[in-house]
Design a protein around this ligand. Structure first.
Ligand SMILES: Cc1cc2nc3c(=O)[nH]c(=O)nc-3n(C[C@H](O)[C@H](O)[C@H](O)COP(=O)(O)OP(=O)(O)OC[C@H]3O[C@@H](n4cnc5c(N)ncnc54)[C@H](O)[C@@H]3O)c2cc1C
Length: 309
């Protein structure tokens, strides 16, 4: 129930106005988002890479209906890729892109514009020696995002996909994407979805995750296991052994600021681990989704909100 309210608030303009008066440096924001500027994101990446981790950076923003805003986001990604390259970090740091942030939802021209914009980011990433993964958003965008992915992969086959285990369709999508060279991030799914498209019960989502993971780990692609769930991490390890996969033929992924000790433990045990690192001014929707996953953090969040001057 609380989770649903928080996910609704993630899309409320009024709440956003109140919350975004909090500085990014306030504890609860800073825990999940290291800063608003490219330089801060590059520095946070450097620290993680020095700890033996890999990184995927997300310039925060989503759902834009403004072409100029979409263009500004593309330029921020180009600036980021250049920053990573200059800092010598591009080999260990890729970027994650939400198509809705680069124009997908614009009337008429949306899908074409977003694909062209994604292509520009893929080209810059390729030139810098790194890759792009397309984040997955709510279910109304799944087909469009997969169509863009297929288009991009013709020229940039290294482009990563994301599939969400909570959607009923995802086992099928896993089968279609478990081919050689195909990088697929499997996550549980972070949006409030209706009953006719997605599992609602946590246990059902977990079971679906395992079914999808079995398909990806037995396939020819490169599975990216995006979860903080200790049980699923253990199951992924067992499936890797069962399928004769060595570390580096798959990877674990976790969010910046969540289970950081576990991230280091896995890396020290020889696993490849990538940290998803979001940055930028548009941290509101991202923060609300993280709070929805962990309502225990709500007291801390409300205290930060009340104490702001
Ligand atoms: C790298 C990465 C990329 C992602 N990309 C997408 C995407 O493109 N599209 C999408 O819909 N979703 C995405 N997600 C989010 C994902 O769908 C889940 O909403 C999120 O990862 C929480 O699910 P979980 O698997 O960690 O399991 P949960 O059942 O939520 O959590 C399992 C355990 O992890 C710990 N934990 C989880 N969340 C928190 C928290 N906020 N604070 C502290 N501890 C916590 C707790 O110990 C909890 O018991 C991504 C997640 C990751 C890790």
């Amino acid at each position: 129930m609380l989770r649903h309210v928080l996910l609704m608030l993630a899309r409320s303009g009024q709440m956003k106005e109140i919350v975004t008066r909090m500085p990014v440096s306030s504890g609860i924001v800073n825990r999940y988002v290291p800063g608003e500027e490219t330089a801060q994101a590059v520095e946070a990446s450097r620290a993680l890479i020095e700890d033996g981790l890999h990184v995927s950076l997300d310039f925060l923003g989503e759902d834009t209906l403004d072409e100029q805003q979409a263009e500004a986001t593309v330029l921020s990604y180009l600036d980021l890729v250049e920053g990573l390259s200059r800092a010598g970090l591009a080999r260990n740091a890729e970027v994650s892109v939400k198509l809705s942030a680069i124009g997908q939802a614009l009337p008429d021209i949306g899908p074409e514009l977003a694909t062209e914009n994604a292509r520009r980011i893929c080209r810059a990433a390729r030139n810098a020696g790194t890759t792009v993964t397309l984040d997955m958003e709510d279910h109304t965008t799944t087909d469009g995002t997969l169509a863009t992915l297929h288009g991009l992969r013709k020229d940039f086959p290294e482009t990563g996909a994301v599939l969400q285990a909570y959607l009923y369709r995802t086992e099928q999508d896993c089968r279609a994407l478990a081919h050689e060279g195909s990088r697929v991030r499997l996550c549980k799914g972070a949006y409030k979805e209706p009953e006719d498209v997605a599992h609602q019960d946590r246990h059902d989502v977990d079971k679906a995750y395992v079914r999808c993971l079995k398909i990806l780990m037995a396939g020819q692609g490169y599975p990216m296991i995006a979860t903080h769930d200790p049980r699923l991490v253990r199951i992924a390890g067992a499936l890797a052994t069962r399928n004769g996969r060595m570390p580096g033929t798959y990877e674990f992924q976790m969010l910046y600021g969540i289970r950081s000790e576990e991230q280091k433990r896995l890396a020290e045990a020889g696993e490849k681990v990538r940290v998803y690192l979001p940055y930028g001014e548009e941290w509101y929707g991202y923060l609300m989704r993280r709070l929805a996953e962990r309502p225990q953090n709500l007291t801390f969040f409300l205290r930060s909100l009340v104490s702001q001057k």
